[in-house]
Ligand binder design. Sequence first.
Ligand code: ATP
Ligand code: MG
Length: 590
Amino acid sequence: MNVAAVRPAVIAKTPADQRVVPNLRDAERRSFSWPAMRAELDGLPGGGINIAWETVERHARGARRERVALRWLGRTGGRRDITYAELSRASNRFANALRGLGIGKGDRVFVLSERVPELYFTALGTLKNGSVLSPLFSAFGPEPIRTRLTLGDAKVLVTTEGLYRKKVASIAAGVPTLQHVVLIGTGQGTGAIEGTLGFDALLAGAGEEFEIERTVEEDPALLHFTSGTTGTPKGALHVHGAALMHYMTGKYALDLHAEDVFWCTADPGWVTGTSYGIIAPLLHGVTSIIDEADFDAQRWYEILATQAVSVWYTAPTAIRMLMKAGVELARARRYPALRFIASVGEPLNPEAVWWGQEAFGMPIHDNWWQTETGGIMIANTPDMDIKPGSMGRPLPGVQACIVHRDAAGGIAVVDESNVEGELALKAGWPSMFRGYLHQEERYRKCFLGDLYLTGDLAKRDRDGYYWFVGRADDVIKSAGHLIGPFEVESALMEHPAVAEAGVIGKPDPVSGETVKAFVSLHAGHEPSEELKLTLLGFARKRLGAAVAPKEIDFLATLPRTRSGKIMRRLLKARELGLPEGDTSTLEASA
Ligand code: ATP
Ligand code: MG
């Protein structure tokens, strides 16, 4: 008998599951108001709001000044604790350096770096200066870097000497707006490479006091590029007022309490690594773990255990890799401090939610958002019973609905439960993007009336839980059925041999499209015709003949974005022999 078949549909929470009282309970949901939440932030002395004030200065000037803000773990060992007071001084220095270079409000400062402390000083100093921060993932190649710097009118690029030599030197001259390149890791000397500045030298010559630029809610703060899962990445602009959303979601979706040690595993090159790898934990004055190294199952368990991580925010791709490494590895250690695990970025298969229970004695809490939303919108929070496979319920202050588009270009809100449609959000939450860079028309098209249309398909059940169906682009139309790849992938993943699955629609003259699955296997399982037949049968039993895949191929790994999302459009293009399109965010090994 398959174990999954007897699992209950709901993981009920009991008070014993909640070692600290959750920040969000029914009472807070009922009484929520944005003005009340805003009152928990300071605002700049004299008016306005600046993310760097709320994240750093207010703690550096208060009781938390000697608390560790960032605990940095070096790739090859070693650790550096940076207190709120230190973070304030270092980011002030960087802000002064920018000002000294003539870089001001609204100017774009890009950072391309591994996760080293200087990256965080740059980010916060840039915000203090009122300049716009755009973090790029350090694994990008020269061309994706050039495109983004050019699109974003970069004036300053902060990078490391190694990355500069490998990736930037060849393209820097092709970015017309670029005025300064600042290199981390060149020590006190300047001019390690002609035409560049040294980060340390620049900061050594800059003062420790800085008066934050008087920014207001609508002033631009961040420029994030989307993951490129469905096409060419878009540049989404965010404002300083977004801090309110980061604060609210840090409090309610991640349940941050003052004494927490928090670890967000995302790189700041993706929106999660900035909103939750930098901003939200600092807003709450907690200690945030930064690991310089890349994914490694053994290392990650060690960090969770030895750093006493209490709240952990990660992604389905990482969880699937941990699952691949075997639950025994997780269980070889103990995690007495750990009390809450959340995940974002892709649908979290029920199998992964349950695995959390097996590995850590607690389920993994899925939540949903996008680069465009700037912060978590729909979430499983600590007080909620979990329905594995559901992304949870809208957070307070967030209004979601399911809509259908009609042929005339209008939309109708679907009132019934369990009906699939496009997920839409009532526009106006604080961290809503304020534009796609240089794509005004595309931005406008995301809104209809007072709704923002997400491009994701979902349904809502009777209890108000939302269920992800698929991206509008990925949904398969087969013999009159609409099939979401997530459902098919999750069913395949219930089979013990399957580590990952990616499902596409393949054009078919009879049914419109047929369902084709690509799977990678757990260690110890080999591709074979026999296993293929077993999996086809397994899926048919769970999903029915209309929805189950007709074809299965084995792949060693599935093509993924560097932020860890399965790129179904690439599976499809490869299957059909079509051009691959923009692959700037494709993970190198795929
Ligand atoms: P692009 O817009 O360039 O194609 P992208 O949409 O992957 O890339 P992101 O903004 O990083 O870029 O990702 C947001 C998307 O990720 C969501 O629209 C959704 O499709 C998916 N996603 C995020 N979290 C979840 C989740 N919990 N469940 C299901 N899907 C999720
Ligand atoms: Mg998107």
